[in-house]
Design a protein around this ligand. Structure first.
Ligand code: NAD
Length: 396
């Protein structure tokens, strides 16, 4: 049993290891936020695809501690192996299971490729054996690639503009410098690849699998997540390859509403938060070094868990009808996209340089939050203490 002190190891900006105790604290803090908001009736059996970090983990916590729901989480994480610690999402999930067990809540997880038929089959078996019909499916995958389960073709997603190159200021996270980047436009294959990975086909496959197996409860709801963001990122985000994939997700929601009912499937547009997925998007780290300061000053700032508590309690709970925009999306980014917030953030945007990055922006906080995703730099953790790294995920 490797009990050891775990020091942060980074390759440039990215942490290549994670701290189990820091991850545990992160999960417990999120549970406390939801618990503080009080428990309500509603969801009984919830499936979260992409449940180990970011918005998916926060959704799972909102379902379990907000509604007392049984949860099945699906994710793709590296377990501890040969003395090497696991990825943060694995430790987050171990902490989730532990807290659920202590709280008398059912929690099962599948660590495997959500795009595969095999994992969907495992999910069906677990739901049938331990849960009952599912009344909510959250789809929160962020993945760089997908092996298509029917053809075996491997698709890669790209973060590129469409039609013309895009030049913008961003932070070179490894060098901690503000640099100008030019991203060439995507090829047709790259556009199609991104839609295949991050679009709606797999979401529909999950829902159809549950329907075919008669494991979707009457009136069940399903939500997938999207982002729109500020105009400075539109060429590479909203109007780029990933934007095309998100349009496909919206088309999937519309198609599912046709089949399942108008109150069955939505895309929720969430606010920008620091996650492993969002830090990889050009321009976003610079934007995320400016946005939280403005939102905090206005009393509007929210992290993943505050967003998901609001989404679950105010919009998607079975006794609620969500407020939708013209495209029938739930807009959790309403506060981020307020005119006054965007104006202030974008006003400062062009003046940020390497020289004033640390003084004029919240980059140090962005960095701290990013390390926090891996369980480092988390308040209340004594990093000089040895910790057990060889933890296991145990299903009921
Ligand atoms: P994340 O990287 O924190 O989480 C991704 C999850 O997907 C993890 O649980 C990971 O294990 C899982 N995953 C990846 N590949 C998988 C596979 N093949 N099989 C099973 N699980 C797999 O991402 P996130 O930032 O929380 O993003 C989740 C969703 O929210 C995405 O659709 C993203 O576009 C959207 N979103 C994110 C932001 C943001 O700022 N982070 C804002 C709005 C919307």
């Amino acid at each position: 049993m490797p009990v050891e002190t775990v020091k942060m190891k980074a390759r440039g900006f990215i942490c290549v290891n994670s701290h189990p105790e820091g991850c545990r604290r992160n999960v417990e803090r999120q549970i406390d936020v939801v618990r503080g908001a009080g428990k309500r009736a509603g969801f009984k059996n919830v499936l979260v695809v992409g449940a180990s970090t970011g918005y998916g983990l926060a959704s799972r916590i909102a379902a379990a501690w907000g509604f007392g729901a049984k949860t099945l989480g699906v994710f793709f994480e590296r377990p501890p192996e040969g003395g090497k610690p696991a990825t943060a999402g694995f430790y987050n999930s171990v902490a989730f299971h532990d807290a659920a067990r202590r709280g008398g809540l059912y929690a099962a997880s599948i660590n495997g490729d959500a795009f595969s038929d095999g994992v969907k089959k495992q999910a069906v078996e677990i739901i049938r054996r331990g849960m009952g019909t599912v009344d909510l499916v959250i789809y929160s995958l962020a993945s760089p690639r997908r092996t298509h389960p029917k053809t075996g073709v491997v698709y890669n997603s790209a973060l590129k503009p469409i039609g013309a190159p895009f030049t913008a200021h961003t932070i070179d996270l490894n060098a901690e410098k503000v640099v100008e980047v030019t991203i060439p436009p995507a090829s047709d294959d790259e556009i199609a690849g991104t839609v295949a990975v991050m679009g709606g086909e797999d979401w529909r496959m999950w829902i159809h699998t549950l329907l075919d197996e008669k494991l979707l409860a009457p009136g069940a709801r399903t939500v997938a997540y999207s982002y729109i963001g500020p105009s400075v990122t539109w060429p590479v985000y909203r109007d780029g390859t990933i934007g095309r994939a998100k349009q496909d997700l919206e088309a999937a929601a519309a198609a599912m509403r046709e089949g399942l009912g108008q109150n069955a499937a939505w895309v929720a547009v969430n606010k920008a938060v620091v996650t492993q997925a969002s830090a990889a998007i050009p321009v976003v780290p610079l934007y995320m070094s400016l946005l939280p300061r403005v939102m905090k000053a206005k009393g509007l700032e929210e992290g993943c868990i505050e967003q998901m508590a609001r989404l679950f309690f105010e919009h998607i709970a079975p006794d609620r009808t969500p407020t939708l925009d013209d495209a029938r999306r739930i807009r959790m980014d309403d506060r981020e996209m307020r005119d006054d917030v965007q104006k202030e953030v974008l006003r400062d945007f062009p003046s940020i340089t390497t020289e004033n990055l640390l003084t004029s922006t919240d980059f140090p906080n962005f960095k701290r939050e990013f390390q926090g995703l891996f369980g480092f730099n988390v308040d209340g953790v004594d990093y000089t203490q040895p910790v057990e790294t060889d933890l296991a995920l145990v299903n009921p």
